[in-house]
Design a protein around this ligand. Structure first.
Ligand SMILES: Cc1cc2nc3c(=O)[nH]c(=O)nc-3n(C[C@H](O)[C@H](O)[C@H](O)COP(=O)(O)O)c2cc1C
Length: 194
């Protein structure tokens, strides 16, 4: 077996891709995150890492709440779009047709179209060199009954092939071929499904 030594990056496998909602009313937004991890069991806690340059960053820091929405496999392009476009110049709700639903505990919306929604309350904010790590307690959880097994546990295998995971290095910045306008055509096809 031959090994190549590489420039260090954050390669993990698999890498979950989630849509994070934040803000309420006019400040409502959705963006994509794959720097996400389960980090505590009792109580259930997860962490997300967000660059301070994201429009979403300051609002999560201020409201100390966010919702993690786990998309269905066919929503991968929606994740690419809301992770390439910014609320600073794009109405992501109008463009994607995503449907905000009231949450049970937090003030922010859930995404109706997603399989699972985790309502999160931020407990700690840790400044790292490029990102802020938001460590949050999962205070409420919702799941489409299609992904629930007999014990009412979430089993993503029931979702027909699993949810979108990207292999390889964590990629989060729009590249030249990662153009919101081109992605939008594909998002429209998803939006016009059925
Ligand atoms: C697959 C994917 C994963 C991403 N993961 C992260 C992440 O973990 N942290 C982050 O700060 N930005 C991440 N981004 C980038 C943001 O989603 C993107 O900058 C988005 O446009 C921010 O939206 P906003 O400016 O409306 O807040 C990711 C983008 C994609 C496409």
């Amino acid at each position: 077996m031959q090994k190549a030594q590489l420039t260090p990056n954050t390669t993990l496998y698999p890498v979950p891709v989630v849509l994070v909602t934040r803000g309420a009313g006019d400040e409502m937004n959705v963006f994509t995150v794959n720097r996400i991890a389960s980090c505590n069991a009792e109580p259930p806690m997860i962490s997300i890492s967000v660059r301070p340059s994201r429009a979403s960053h300051d609002l999560i820091a201020r409201l100390e709440e966010f919702v993690v929405n786990i998309p269905w496999p066919e929503m991968e392009l929606v994740g690419d779009f809301v992770g390439a476009a910014t609320v600073r110049d794009t109405d992501k709700w109008a463009e994607t047709g995503l449907t905000p639903l009231p949450a049970a505990v937090v003030r922010l919306p859930l995404l109706a179209e997603c399989a699972v929604n985790l309502e999160c309350s931020v407990q700690r904010q840790i400044q790292l060199p490029s990102h802020t790590l938001f460590v949050a307690e999962v205070v409420a959880m919702h799941a489409d009954t299609a992904v629930l097994d007999r014990r009412q546990d979430v089993d993503f295998a029931l979702a027909g092939g699993g949810l979108p995971y990207r292999a390889g290095p964590v990629r989060e910045r729009p590249s030249a071929k990662f153009r919101p306008d081109e992605l939008l055509q594909k998002v429209n096809a998803w939006r016009d499904r059925e």
